[in-house]
Structure formats: structure tokens, C-alpha cells
Write a protein that binds this ligand. Structure first.
Ligand code: PMT
Length: 400
């Protein structure tokens, strides 16, 4: 018997070209024995037909709030009581906005208002619509209310634009649904602080030194911990990622700001995980005005930043279990193990970044080292890798 066998899932489909991918998602769910009932908004019916969805889901498709026949089969209140999970894929900008203000002007929005089961949304829209502050505010508000989100992914869109807005792939949404039903709440009461993303070191009011970290690896770790019930504080450099539901996010820019917030948080937490790509050096004198172009050369004097994870590792009181990362382009194992000792860490995650395939990408591979052992975690999505890293950290934390 699979995890999803007999699970009762309402699949809400809203208007968007990505609706065609939802057919594959329903097929995957049905294959493992899940019960799927589809609810279509009027706009969604312009993209996929009820007949196709009925054939794939094996159940009548509900479309209208005011359809006596459909209400006879299973009324919207019964549907709300029946569902163990509502998945809305694709979730359009319009639907997300309506959900946020509590509208009940079609069957799907009414169902969402009547339901007590969790709701998982897979947004899909034009990248400009996704980036709009009003859309971001709506998503943030829904997350605060406990709704879960998967994606959107970045890439080329049906309209030709490139950016965040593509619906997650059916297998990714399927994994999120599986996780929803399988992940245990074994980390309730555990306080975790994670640093993620790059830092920005100002040169003058308009320029800075930074790196290519997107924050994806650190945010995936935060998501994995929170899914298992941990309290997570995420100290993030400037990234373009939504905050995972139930995560407390503290935004910083520079290494010094990250150091201050991290040291304050570390002593109040059980685990400290340093995934951020922190600038080792900052500009000694930040110009007050924009530096004007002059000679053929210019020099910037750099001074060392505090080493955040090393300072946490060397704490003598209230020291959390401390995990670092090591992004290396050569002698990865040796440099990582050296950092494990020098920074006084309990574990280090060695990241070979020599192929340019880690920063900003969706996949990664890591080798974890601790005092008397190591384990290689082969390449997979950062979301899956984060789950494996969390498992190992928890195992070592308990062993200590
Ligand atoms: O964000 P993504 O695009 O998903 O990419 C993920 C990642 C490559 C950034 C991540 O997996 C990773 O490897 N993070 C560590 C990057 C890094 O800066 O490594 P480092 O070897 O330079 O630093 C070693 C450790 O010291 C790290 O834990 C780092 O957070 C910490 N450090 C470094 C300098 C400093 N001043 N303070 C620190 O705490």
C-alpha cells in the first residue's frame, strides 16, 4: 500500500495554460491509489475539458456552484468535508487574490472558504504578474494563514517571457503531496536557525560586492525543518525567494548585519546551520557619494569580515549544534575537513562548486563530514537533498 492510497484529494484547477500539466498530476495520483475529485473554475474550463478530467480522475468533475445536478452528486459542503487535502494547480494570480480576500464567487473559492483541510497551491502566471507586490503580498498573507505553496519555478514561459512564474512540474507537486501525508512532526520543540543567500558589501551608494548564491539550498533546509514541526528562524541575505510557511525570516544585507543577527539568534537555538555564502571581506571605506570614473585603474581596500559560523562554533556558553557548509572549487574534501576543525563545527556539508552547477541551480550534491564519519549524498533536487541533510543532522544531534 502506498502513502497516497485512498487519500482524498480535491484538485482545484484555475485558468492558465499550465492547466494541461495538471492532467499528468492527476494521472500520477490515481496510479498510486489516491481518490481525486476535480473542481474547475470557469476560466480553467477554457484550457482543459471536463470530459478529459472526468476520464483521468474517474469521478464527475464539479464546475458550478449553482448546478443542481452536480450538487446532487456531491454538494460543495460535502466536498469540503470529504477532502483531506486541496491542491490548486495551477493557482492563477486572480484566484490567489480572491482566496486572500475570502471571496466565494465560484465553486472553488467557496469550497476553500468552507474547508478545514490544508490547502496546497502551485502558482502559475506571467513573471511580471508574479513579481507584482500585490501578488507577493497575497501569497505572503496566505502563507501566514498556513497555506502551503510549491513553486513557481523560473524559466521560459508560454508567453515567451523568462522568469519566476512557471508552474512546478507534475512530479514536483506529486512529491509535495506525498510529503504532506508522510512527513512526521518529530521535530516539534526544536529551535533551528539557518543562514541563507549571499551578503552584499557596499562600495558606494549604488555598488556592492556579492556572489551568485540564490538562497535555494538554505530555504530548502528551512522548509524541511519546518515540515517536521521545528521552529525555524531563517536569516537571509538579499534573495528573490518566497518565505516558506511558518518560517520566521530575518532579512539582512551585509556580513556584519548577518553576524549580529546570527549571534543573537544562535544562543537561543538548538541548531545553527550556516548555508549562507558570506563575503569574507568588505570594503574598508564605503564612499558616501557615488564614486566617479577617473584613472585607468582604481583600488579598493578590503578588510576581513567576522566569520559567523566560526564565532558560533567557538561559543563557550549556550552553543548550539553547529553545521557549516564549504563551497569549494578544488581539494573539496580536504578544505571542508579543515574548516570543520578550524571553525569548531559539529558537521560540515562539502559542496563542490567547480562545475558552476550549484549556485542558483535547482539541484545539488553534498558530502557531509563530522568528527568520525562522512556520507556522500548524490545529486538530486535541493528540496530532496535538504531532507537528507536534515535527517543526518538530527541523527548526529541526538548522538551528541
Ligand atoms: O544559495 P544557492 O544558490 O542554493 O547555493 C547554495 C550554496 C552553494 C551557497 C551553499 O550550498 C553553500 O555551499 N554555502 C556555503 C558557501 C560558502 O560561503 O562557503 P565558504 O566555504 O566560503 O564558507 C564556509 C562556511 O563559513 C559556510 O558555512 C559559510 O556560511 C560560513 N561563513 C563564511 C564566511 C563568513 N564570514 N562567515 C561565515 O559564517
Amino acid at each position: 500500500m502506498t502513502t497516497l492510497q485512498n487519500k482524498r484529494i480535491v484538485m482545484g484547477i484555475t485558468g492558465g495554460i499550465a492547466a494541461y500539466k495538471t492532467i499528468e498530476l492527476i494521472r500520477l495520483l490515481r496510479k498510486v491509489g489516491a481518490e481525486v475529485r476535480v473542481v474547475l473554475t470557469p476560466a480553467a474550463a477554457e484550457f482543459v475539458t471536463p470530459l478529459t478530467l472526468q476520464a483521468i480522475s474517474g469521478n464527475p468533475v464539479s464546475q458550478s456552484l449553482l448546478d443542481p445536478q452536480a450538487e446532487l452528486a456531491m454538494g460543495h459542503i460535502e466536498l469540503a468535508k470529504w477532502a483531506e487535502l486541496v491542491v490548486i494547480a495551477p493557482a492563477s494570480a486572480d484566484f490567489i487574490a480572491r482566496l486572500n480576500v475570502g471571496m466565494a464567487n465560484d465553486l472553488l473559492s467557496t469550497l476553500c472558504l468552507a474547508i478545514s483541510a490544508p490547502i496546497l497551491l502551485a502558482p502559475a502566471m506571467n513573471q511580471r504578474m508574479y513579481a507584482q507586490s500585490v501578488t507577493q503580498q497575497n501569497i505572503h498573507a496566505l502563507r501566514q494563514r498556513g497555506m502551503q505553496f510549491i513553486g513557481p519555478n523560473a524559466g521560459e514561459q508560454a508567453c515567451g517571457d523568462v522568469g519566476y512564474g512557471r508552474m512546478s512540474e507534475p512530479h514536483e507537486i506529486f512529491t509535495a503531496i506525498e510529503n504532506h501525508f508522510t512527513v512526521s512532526q518529530d521535530l516539534v520543540g526544536l529551535n533551528v536557525v539557518i543562514t541563507a543567500g549571499p551578503t552584499q558589501e557596499a562600495i558606494d551608494p549604488v555598488r556592492y560586492i556579492s556572489n551568485h548564491s540564490s538562497g535555494k539550498m538554505g530555504f530548502a533546509l528551512a522548509e524541511s525543518f519546518v515540515q517536521r514541526g521545528a521552529n525555524v528562524t531563517l536569516i537571509s541575505g538579499p534573495v528573490n525567494l518566497p518565505t516558506p510557511a511558518k518560517v520566521k525570516r530575518l532579512d539582512v544585507l551585509s556580513a556584519q548585519q548577518m553576524w549580529q543577527v546570527a549571534l543573537e539568534s544562535a544562543v537561543k537555538n538548538h541548531l545553527f546551520i550556516a548555508c549562507a555564502a558570506v563575503a569574507d571581506y568588505r570594503v574598508a571605506e564605503i564612499a558616501e557619494q557615488k564614486i566617479k570614473k577617473s584613472g585607468d585603474e582604481m583600488q579598493l581596500r578590503l578588510i576581513k569580515n567576522p566569520d559567523i559560523v566560526s564565532d558560533v562554533g567557538h561559543l563557550t556558553e549556550h552553543r548550539p549544534f553547529t553545521v557549516g557548509f564549504a563551497a569549494e572549487t578544488q581539494q573539496v574534501a580536504q578544505y571542508a575537513q579543515d574548516k570543520l576543525v578550524r571553525k569548531k563545527l559539529d558537521m560540515i556539508c562539502a559542496n563542490d562548486v567547480s562545475n558552476g552547477q550549484v549556485f542558483g541551480q535547482d539541484n545539488n550534491a553534498l558530502t557531509l563530514y563530522w568528527a568520525k564519519g562522512s556520507i556522500a549524498l548524490p545529486e538530486t533536487s535541493k528540496a530532496k537533498l535538504a531532507q537528507q541533510v536534515v535527517n543526518k543532522i538530527i541523527e548526529r544531534y541526538h548522538a551528541k
